[in-house]
Design a protein around this ligand. Structure first.
Ligand code: ZN
Ligand code: ZN
Length: 455
């Protein structure tokens, strides 16, 4: 079997570039060079055959037909007078339909640059879209050495754009994807989000981590929510996102936390990891320290350790389990003494806790038994009915229920160990531990119960 299929030109008069693309994986040559060379070789062979046939007076119909096909596909090196004395018009290439014409490319480049001029970016990617009929044609003529026209166009257009803009194409993390259909000349931009990671501290109680839509109107705005669409007027997400949205001129922001604390729980210590995703930013080079200062002026929320992140940080942050250290203020129905508190410390050390889904979250979570561990507990008596607990434990353990026992749904609990009804009056997260293996935990060094400053 022949490797080069010249017969295909009878049905489709492919231009040099497209014919060369059918064998793109052979030789380091451009598609145009390769296509032209293949046609040149064939034409040379045909010319020789025809000449010989003429001399010998034998039939050369087949050779002549293929030669005409080459001319129709744009090959113009044939000594027409000697072998081919009829006028044959070059036909339009059905595969590329002139999408590589310089004029067309220039027009597309200018249009793209015009669209991009409002955006700050370093890297881009060309996403080429081709009409279905071209895809079908490609499937029909495909060879094992072929490159798709989509690939060639994207690469060539990307190279030209990179030079014009002095920016780098980037397959993995492009700031902007230029979607382009060179056949219809439709172009639109996909402006990828900007990711900023850091840690946040929540210094006050009563604000949720993320926007909490009004349950009645589901965010549309109604009498219940005072037409804000929100159940709570402000969230950590909104406080943090506002100055970022202003600085980046992004359209929206999404806050991804490494877990979340309850609304009435403070997040202290060195904070909880988060990733902020800014949608469609116009500006990417922002001064993170300046924005942190602005957020921190708020007084309710602080952010620290800011750096630029990547898309996968968002997934990572959601899926990495974090151990926690909490501070809880416990109220007891009966008087407690130091001995009982020492016992509590001992009983809870390295203790496995069986915890059925708390009653207060049963309406939105499956009823199952979680098995979590408490590693260490430190207890300080405040007065006869109050004591403070510092608890170092697995993430996902419900602390309020660890204290109350949740009517026996959490076992053991502070209430069951002391045999007295206890409740959690205040709760703070003092540390979200993120380097589980390398971190040496010494909860005696973690202070609790001050104004929320725990450095
Ligand atoms: Zn073509
Ligand atoms: Zn509402």
């Amino acid at each position: 079997m022949e490797i080069i299929n010249y017969e295909i030109l009878k049905k489709y008069p492919l231009c040099d570039r497209c014919f060369g693309r059918l064998y793109a994986k052979l030789l380091h040559a451009t598609n145009i060079e390769r296509g032209r060379a293949l046609k040149l070789y064939k034409a040379l062979e045909l010319e020789a055959k025809i000449k010989k046939a003429k001399e010998e007076g034998i039939d050369y119909k087949e050779e002549l037909e293929l030669l005409k096909v080459l001319v129709r596909s744009g090959f113009n090196k044939i000594r027409l007078k000697e072998v081919l004395d009829e006028n044959i018009e070059k036909e339009n290439c059905p595969w590329c339909r002139n999408i590589f014409d310089k004029q067309k490319i220039d027009r597309l480049l200018n249009k793209t640059i015009e669209l991009l001029k409002d955006y700050d970016f370093d890297t881009f990617l060309i996403g080429t879209h081709i009409p279905n009929e071209i895809k079908e044609l490609e499937k029909e003529i495909e060879t094992e050495f072929m490159e798709s026209i989509k690939q060639e166009f994207g690469r060539e257009f990307g190279k030209l754009l990179a030079v014009k803009l002095n920016k780098m194409p980037n397959k993995e993390y492009p700031d902007i994807v230029v979607h382009i259909n060179p056949y219809t000349e439709e172009i639109y931009l996909q402006v990828n989000p900007l990711f900023i990671k850091g840690r946040y501290r929540k210094l006050v109680r009563g604000i949720p981590q993320t926007r909490w839509p009004c349950r009645k109107c589901r965010g549309k705005g109604c009498e219940v929510c005072n037409y804000t669409g929100k159940k709570y007027p402000i969230s950590v997400e909104e406080i943090v996102a506002k100055p970022f949205l202003e600085a980046t001129k992004g359209t929206d922001a999404k806050f991804h936390g490494a877990g979340r604390e309850d609304i009435d729980v403070r997040m202290l210590g060195d904070g909880r990891p988060f990733v902020l995703e800014i949608k469609e930013p116009k500006i990417r080079k922002i001064d993170l320290n300046k924005i942190a200062e602005e957020v921190n002026k708020d007084g309710r929320v602080e952010i620290l350790n800011l750096e630029f992140g990547k898309r996968e940080d968002k997934v990572l942050i959601k899926n990495t389990p974090h151990k926690k250290t909490y501070r809880a203020l416990v109220e007891c129905s009966e008087k407690i003494n130091e001995e009982e508190l020492k016992l509590l410390e001992k009983e809870l050390e390295n203790r496995t806790i069986y915890q059925k889904t708390p009653k207060r979250v049963l309406h939105r979570r499956a009823d199952l038994v979680r098995i979590r561990k408490v590693y260490k507990v430190k207890v300080n008596k405040v007065d006869d009915n109050h004591f403070e607990m510092i608890i170092y434990c697995d993430g996902g353990l419900y602390i309020k229920e660890l204290i109350s026992g949740d009517d026996g749904r959490t076992n053991p609990s502070v209430s069951s160990i002391l045999n007295k009804q206890c409740i959690c009056k205040e709760l703070d997260v003092l540390k979200v531990h993120d380097d589980e293996n390398n971190e040496k935990i010494n909860i005696n060094n973690i202070e609790g119960g001050n104004n929320g400053r725990n450095e």
